[in-house]
Design a protein around this ligand. Structure first.
Ligand SMILES: Nc1ncnc2c1ncn2[C@@H]1O[C@H](COP(=O)(O)OP(=O)(O)OC[C@H]2O[C@@H]([n+]3cccc(C(=O)O)c3)[C@H](O)[C@@H]2O)[C@@H](O)[C@H]1O
Ligand SMILES: Nc1ncnc2c1ncn2[C@@H]1O[C@H](COP(=O)(O)OP(=O)(O)OP(=O)(O)O)[C@@H](O)[C@H]1O
Ligand SMILES: NC(=O)CC[C@H](N)C(=O)O
Length: 569
């Protein structure tokens, strides 16, 4: 029996295009919510098809299956008896293909769709491309109070609530759909969202939603998707806010949850999709930001691997910090037994790199192989010199080693069905300090949006989370080296990583001009060199594995620069 004013925020992990799987999650969560006495369960944006479906929306059969999936969810059934649902779906009136589609939310009650709210504000920046697919709503939709809830609903979709320049630098949209809803009598604003994770975004959302509830004088039920879909990581963190802006309930980050809460306040209950209470969150760790990034990446690797149909991953272990962190993430995401670490020493590898790789594998409990690359490296050089050609130059020789390693990892992948995780960090990917078809060979760049200085912190967070040493201490303290020629150090080719990362933060994320970066206290020649390297390595990034996004500006779909161009620093 529904309790008056009780709702459930159902942050489920949808998979793009998996209509049956997504519907099963809706049914499971609705049943949990109903058992807990909720009159209404709210789901994330585009629940039935997952977010972002991108050009799948161009397929008429995809839109038809979305329509059928919604129709089936709306059919009277035991699991939905006595509970109303708000479910996101792509609405294609008359089966019209894009741009005749709306990004919509349906209110389902008593075995039928009783109202449909359409998204008014369509984000078209960074990773979002919604005007490519959707039409904006002409008007906002309010719906009569579902039975047992006692308040009429205002239906809104994600960006509809992102329209406040105090929190958000983007230009203000002319319309304020939330104000329209409240003016039309909404007593509870429902916002179905798919808001990708970035560091610092969860507290920003909370401040923004709190201000919105206060300014509009209406409570807000905000439900965000959770889980990874390709490069995008959705962190959940759904919330119920009172009309004075107070947060009445908060769902966890990076976890599926059915958060049962009351409009008039009171202790919320966070349940899993199996109906069991979720364990309370652990006390905040020493480096909360690094720990958060770690959890985001674990979720991202797990979902990418699983949703692509893999179970296992393989990582080249050099004894360095990047491959060590990548392996930690993989082991936590997939289970240590599903991860293979491969050390591939060359004629230049130090003893400590082999020891550190082996120790890391032991600490993690992952499977481990050592495959020396000397015979292949030597055979390569011999074959290239067999016709009397001069020996390869230094750089070409270095890249042969990286490519032999890439070949080995891809051979293991082909043979075993394990996905190769690349290990490049954001700093290296930014300046092109990586070998095309060498260490760039692989399926997913797990730490490709993590600058080197943050890589160390996240690796420390992995050790702290485990409560023991996973990444060996020497891996933190030795100077980074590609070990592709004798005595080589990253610092011979690149500025110190703290300098490099600050320049990259200013240029890539904050989009500052050269002069402003120099004004931060950097040497102009170094800044110019770094910016040139970023520009000149665009071709590499275009061919790189997808990068899990944890910052406001990651390499990939959200940063689209031309390759053949003449804009130079
Ligand atoms: N615009 C363009 N469009 C398409 N392709 C383009 C291109 N410009 C060059 N190219 C091609 O790309 C080639 C150069 O790229 P690539 O072969 O990758 O080689 P390259 O960038 O010249 O060298 C790799 C660098 O990464 C460093 N590295 C390698 C491996 C690991 C690490 C580490 O510490 O993690 C560092 C290594 O020390 C070296 O400085 C050119 O020879 C050309 O064939
Ligand atoms: N000896 C090795 N054995 C196995 N894999 C290696 C080896 N050397 C390099 N690799 C692979 O190539 C990637 C590029 O590593 P490299 O050592 O050149 O520099 P890096 O970017 O500092 O990475 P790391 O911090 O992991 O050493 C490594 O992360 C690893 O996956
Ligand atoms: N799906 C959306 O509309 C997301 C846009 C929104 N500004 C966000 O990043 O959360």
């Amino acid at each position: 029996m529904a309790r008056s004013g009780r709702i459930a925020l159902a942050q489920v992990n949808t998979t793009v295009g998996d209509f049956a799987g997504n519907a099963a999650r809706v049914r499971a969560a609705a049943e949990v919510a109903r058992e807990a006495g909720a009159a209404l369960a709210v789901f994330p944006e585009l629940t039935v098809c997952g977010y972002p479906p991108r050009d799948l929306l161009d397929l008429p059969d995809f839109l038809e299956r979305a329509r059928q999936a919604l129709e089936e969810l709306a059919r009277p059934a035991a699991w939905s008896k006595g509970i109303a649902l708000v479910v996101g779906f792509p609405e294609a009136p008359d089966g019209a293909p894009p741009p005749g589609v709306y990004n919509a939310a349906a209110l389902i009650s008593d075995g039928r769709v009783v109202a449909v709210g359409r998204k008014s504000l369509l984000p078209t920046y960074d990773v979002f491309d919604e005007t490519r697919y959707f039409l904006p709503a002409g008007a906002s939709t309010t719906a009569a109070a579902p039975e047992g809830l006692g308040v009429p609903l205002g239906l809104s979709v994600c960006e509809d609530i992102w329209n406040d320049q105090r929190f958000w630098e983007r230009p203000r949209y002319a319309r304020d759909p939330i104000a329209d809803l409240v003016r039309a009598g909404a007593g509870l604003v429902v916002n179905v969202s798919a808001s990708p994770y970035a560091m610092g975004k969860a507290p920003l959302r909370e401040r923004m939603l709190s201000a919105s509830a206060r300014d509009h004088g209406a409570p807000i039920a905000y439900v965000n998707q959770v889980g990874g879909n390709d490069a995008l990581l959705f962190d959940g963190g759904s919330m119920l806010l009172a009309r004075d802006g107070a947060v009445l309930a908060r769902a966890p980050l990076f976890e599926e949850a059915v958060l049962v809460c009351d409009l008039e306040g009171g202790a919320p209950l966070a349940l899993g999709l199996d109906g069991r209470p979720l364990p309370p969150p652990p006390p905040p760790p020493a480096d909360a930001q690094a720990d958060e990034v770690l959890r985001a990446l674990v979720m991202g690797v797990r979902d990418y691997v699983r949703k692509c149909g893999f179970r296992q991953a393989v990582v080249g272990l050099s004894g360095g910090i990047d491959s060590a962190l990548t392996a930690c993430i993989a082991a936590e995401a997939l289970g240590a037994e599903n991860v293979l670490g491969v050390a591939m020493p060359s004629r230049y590898s130090s003893g400590h790199s082999r020891e550190d790789a082996a120790e890391l594998a032991r600490n993690l409990g992952v499977r481990f192989r050592e495959i020396g690359i000397e015979p292949m490296h030597a055979a390569f050089l011999a074959a290239l010199a067999a016709d009397g050609a001069p020996p390869l130059c230094d750089l070409a020789d270095q890249n042969v080693q990286a490519r032999v390693r890439g070949q080995i990892l891809m051979a293991i992948s082909n043979d075993t069905g394990a996905l190769v995780l690349t290990t490049g960090n954001k700093s290296e990917i930014a300046v092109g300090y990586c070998t095309l078809y060498g260490d760039m060979a692989g399926g997913l760049a797990a730490i490709g949006d993590v600058p080197k200085t943050l890589v160390y912190r996240v690796a420390r967070a992995a050790n702290a989370r485990a409560g023991r040493t996973l990444v060996p201490e020497r891996t933190f303290t030795k100077p980074p080296s590609a070990e592709l020629k004798p005595g080589q150090l990253d610092q011979d080719s690149l500025p110190p990583y703290d300098v490099l990362d600050d320049i990259l933060q200013a240029y890539v994320e904050e989009r500052r001009p050269l002069e402003a970066i120099v004004a931060r206290g950097h040497d102009e020649a170094i800044v110019r060199r770094v910016l040139r390297m970023v520009v000149q390595s665009e071709y590499k990034r275009r061919q790189a594995a997808p990068v899990l996004k944890v910052s406001e500006k990651a390499f990939g779909e959200g940063r689209r620069f031309p390759i053949a161009q003449g804009y130079r620093y």
